[in-house]
Design a protein around this ligand. Structure first.
Ligand code: GDP
Length: 611
C-alpha cells in the first residue's frame, strides 16, 4: 500500500513538473507574412500538422501559400506558443517580395498552374468495406442541387468537401489501379487503404501497400468497421507499423482515420485528411490549355454509340472539340457528369462521360484534344507506328536484357516481385538479394508474398519494369498468359542459392567494365609461307598504323571478315619482335587460322577499357 502511494506521488510530481514546463509557453517571433512551410519549420511541426490546424481555423492552404501574421499567430497559439510580431525595418527587396506575395494571393500574376482536385483510389483486402466506403462518401457529400439526379455509374465521381472537390475512382482494389499503371496511365494521386478493424492487415492489404508504394502514391489509412464490437483499431495501427506505415500519432507521416462506412462515422474527417494530403502534394494543372485525359471506362451504348468516361488530367475539355483517344478519334458531342447532367466544360481532375467517339476506346487510353480532324488523323498514324515499334521492342524486363537496359541508363534498379510457397523463405531471399546491391545497381524487392503468381503480380511487374521470381511458386493460368503477352520475365527456383546466383550474375555482368575497340593499323598480305598444314605465316606489309605482338587481328577478304583472333607470332628476319611500324614488312602467324591468302587485309586492334 505504502509503495503504491509513493509511486502515485512520484507520478503526480512528474505530471506537475510537465505542467510547469507547459505553462512557460515557448515564444515565437513571426513576420508580417510567411509561407506555411516556414511556419511549420519555426514551430517545429510537420506541414501536415500546420495545414490541419489551419483547416480548423477555416483556412485552406497549401504548404507554399503565404499566410498573414494574424493567421500564423492563431495557429501558433493553438500549438501553445506565445507569439510576438517581428518588427523590422523593411528592405526594398522585402517590400517588393511582400507586394508580390500579395499579388499572388489575389491571384494576379499567378502562374498558369492552378491547384486541382486530388484523384483518389480505394484499396484494401476483400470485404474490408471498400465498396461500402465509396457509397458512403458519395452519399455524404451530395449537394442539395445534385440530389435529384440519378446516379450513373461512369467509373468515377466527384464530391464537394468544404468547397473543395475530391475525385474518387469507382473501381476499388489494387488490380485495377496497377492495370492502369501497366498501361502507362497513372491517374491516382492518393490511395485510401481500407483495413477492417475487426480483421486487421491481410495479404491483400500488404499487396495494396506495396502496389501504392511502387507507384509512389501517398497512402491515407481508413480503419473501417469501428462500429463492430470486436473492433481493435490500436491493433491495426501496430500491424500497419510492422508493414512500414508509421502513422502520424506515432510520429510517422501516414494519416490514419477511424471510420464506419456502414454508419457513416468519420467520413468527413477522412475527406478532410485527404484534402490535407492533397495540399501537401500540391497537385496542380493548367485549366487554360487543350485537354489531356485518361480513359477510365468505355463501352458501347445501343442508342448513343461509343461511350467513355475519362479523367481530364490537364487542360479543359469542351463539347465540339476534336479528340484523339487511344487508337480512335471523334468530335465531342456531349459531356456529362456522374448524375447524367450535361456539362459545358470539364477541367482538371474532373471525371466526365463523353459521347461522339468513332469507336470504343480502352481503359487507360490517353485522350488528346487537337485542333482539327486532319491533325487527329496525323496523330493517329504516328501513334500506330509507335505502337508497332514498341511491340517489336517488348515492354517487359527480363533478366537477360537487364544488362542492356542498365548500361543504356534506363535502369538503375532491378525490381523484383517475389512469390514464395511459405512465408519463411521470403526473408532469407530478400536479405540475400539486398546484399547484391551496390552503389551502381540496387535490387529492390517491390512486393513479396506467398502463394501462386497472379495476374496482379504480372501487372505490377509490368508497371514497375520488374521481373517476377517464383520460389516453389507457379503462375496461375491467366498470369502465365499475361506474362507471355506482355513479355514479363518469370523465373522459377527451388533453391535459394541458385536464385541469388542468377541475379548476382545478371548484375555482375552489369558491373563488369566495358571495353571499346581501338584499331591500331592495317597490313596487306603479300606472300604466304609455311611448311606443314598448321604453321602458315603471312608475309605482310604494314600499310598504316602498326602491329603489336599483343594486338587482336581480323582477317578481311573482299570486304568480309573471315577470321578474328590473336597473333601467334610476329617476326622480322626470323627475329621475334614486339612491334612493327608503317612501311615495314614482317611475318605474322595467326592463332588457330591457317587459311591466310595473298592480298588478304589484316586489321589490328586492341580493346580499351571505357568504364
Ligand atoms: P469490399 O469487398 O472491400 O468492397 O467490401 P464491401 O464494401 O463489399 O463490404 C463487405 C461487407 O462488410 C459488407 O457486408 C458490408 O456491409 C460490411 N461493411 C462494410 N463497412 C462496414 C462497417 O463500417 N461496419 C460494419 N459493421 N460492416 C461493414
Amino acid at each position: 500500500m505504502k509503495i503504491e502511494e509513493s509511486k502515485s506521488m512520484e507520478t503526480r510530481s512528474i505530471a506537475e513538473s510537465k505542467k510547469t514546463v507547459a505553462q512557460a509557453a515557448p515564444r515565437v517571433e513571426l513576420p508580417e507574412s510567411m509561407a506555411v512551410r516556414d511556419l511549420a519549420a519555426v514551430l517545429g511541426k510537420s506541414s501536415i500538422e500546420v495545414i490541419k490546424q489551419l483547416m480548423r481555423h477555416g483556412v485552406m492552404a497549401n504548404i507554399n501559400q503565404i499566410i498573414d501574421f494574424e493567421t500564423a499567430a492563431s495557429v501558433s497559439t493553438s500549438f501553445g506558443f506565445e507569439v510576438v510580431e517581428k518588427r523590422k525595418p523593411k528592405s526594398r527587396v522585402a517590400m517588393q517580395a511582400s507586394r508580390r506575395e500579395k499579388e499572388l494571393l489575389k491571384g494576379e500574376g499567378a502562374e498558369e498552374l492552378q491547384l486541382r482536385p486530388p484523384v483518389v483510389t480505394i484499396l484494401g483486402h476483400v470485404d474490408h468495406g471498400k465498396t461500402t466506403l465509396l457509397d458512403a462518401i458519395r452519399r455524404t457529400n451530395v449537394t442539395a442541387s445534385e440530389a435529384g439526379g440519378i446516379t450513373q455509374h461512369i467509373g468515377a465521381y466527384q464530391v464537394d468537401v468544404n468547397g473543395k472537390k475530391v475525385t474518387f475512382l469507382d473501381t476499388p482494389g489494387h488490380e485495377a489501379f496497377t492495370a492502369m499503371r501497366a498501361r502507362g496511365a497513372q491517374v491516382t494521386d492518393i490511395a485510401v487503404l481500407v483495413v477492417a478493424a475487426d480483421d486487421g492487415v491481410m495479404p491483400q492489404t500488404i499487396e495494396a501497400i506495396d502496389h501504392a508504394k511502387a507507384a509512389g502514391v501517398p497512402i491515407v489509412v481508413a480503419v473501417n468497421k469501428i462500429d463492430k464490437p470486436d473492433a481493435q483499431p490500436d491493433r491495426i495501427k501496430q500491424q500497419l507499423v510492422d508493414h512500414g506505415l508509421v502513422i502520424e500519432e506515432w510520429g510517422g507521416e501516414v494519416i490514419c482515420v477511424l471510420v464506419s462506412a456502414k454508419k457513416g462515422t468519420g467520413i468527413p474527417d477522412l475527406l478532410e485528411n485527404i484534402l490535407v494530403v492533397a495540399e501537401v502534394a500540391e497537385l496542380k494543372a493548367n485549366p487554360n490549355r487543350s485537354a489531356v485525359g485518361t480513359v477510365i471506362e468505355a463501352g458501347m451504348d445501343k442508342s448513343k454509340g461509343p461511350m467513355a468516361t475519362l479523367l481530364v488530367k490537364n487542360g479543359t475539355l469542351r463539347p465540339g472539340e476534336v479528340v484523339v483517344v487511344g487508337e480512335t478519334m471523334g468530335k465531342v458531342k456531349a459531356l456529362f457528369d456522374d448524375r447524367g447532367k450535361r456539362l459545358k466544360e470539364a477541367g482538371p481532375a474532373t471525371p466526365v462521360g463523353i459521347l461522339g467517339l468513332n469507336q470504343v476506346p480502352q481503359a487507360g487510353d490517353e485522350l488528346l484534344a487537337v485542333a482539327d480532324e486532319q491533325e487527329a488523323r496525323r496523330l493517329l498514324d504516328l501513334k500506330l507506328a509507335a505502337k508497332q515499334k514498341a511491340r517489336e521492342a517488348g515492354k517487359g524486363v527480363s533478366l537477360d536484357n537487364i544488362f542492356a537496359r542498365i548500361n543504356a541508363g534506363q535502369m538503375k534498379e532491378v525490381g523484383v516481385i517475389l512469390k514464395a510457397d511459405v512465408q519463411g523463405s521470403i526473408q532469407p531471399i530478400r536479405d540475400s538479394l539486398n546484399k547484391l546491391s551496390d552503389e551502381k545497381v540496387r535490387v529492390n524487392v517491390i512486393h513479396a508474398g506467398t502463394g501462386g503468381i497472379t495476374e496482379s503480380d504480372i501487372l505490377l511487374a509490368l508497371a514497375s519494369k520488374a521481373i517476377v521470381v517464383g520460389f516453389n511458386s507457379r503462375p496461375e493460368p491467366g498470369a502465365k498468359r499475361l506474362a507471355e503477352l506482355e513479355g514479363v520475365d518469370i523465373r522459377f527456383y527451388n533453391i535459394i542459392y541458385n536464385l541469388v546466383d542468377d541475379m548476382g550474375k545478371a548484375l555482375k555482368c552489369v558491373l563488369e567494365p566495358t571495353y571499346a575497340e581501338v584499331v591500331e593499323g592495317h597490313a596487306e598480305v603479300r606472300a604466304v609461307f609455311g611448311a606443314g598444314k598448321s604453321n602458315k605465316v603471312a608475309g605482310s606489309y604494314i600499310r598504316d598504323g602498326k602491329v603489336s605482338r599483343s594486338s587482336g587481328v581480323r582477317v578481311m577478304r573482299g570486304g568480309k571478315v573471315v577470321h578474328e583472333g590473336r597473333i601467334a607470332s610476329l617476326k622480322r628476319f626470323k627475329e621475334d619482335v614486339a612491334e612493327v611500324a608503317t612501311g615495314f614488312e614482317c611475318g605474322i602467324g595467326i592463332e588457330g587460322f591457317n587459311d591466310v591468302q595473298v592480298s588478304d587485309i589484316l586489321e589490328f586492334f586492341r580493346k580499351e577499357r571505357t568504364s
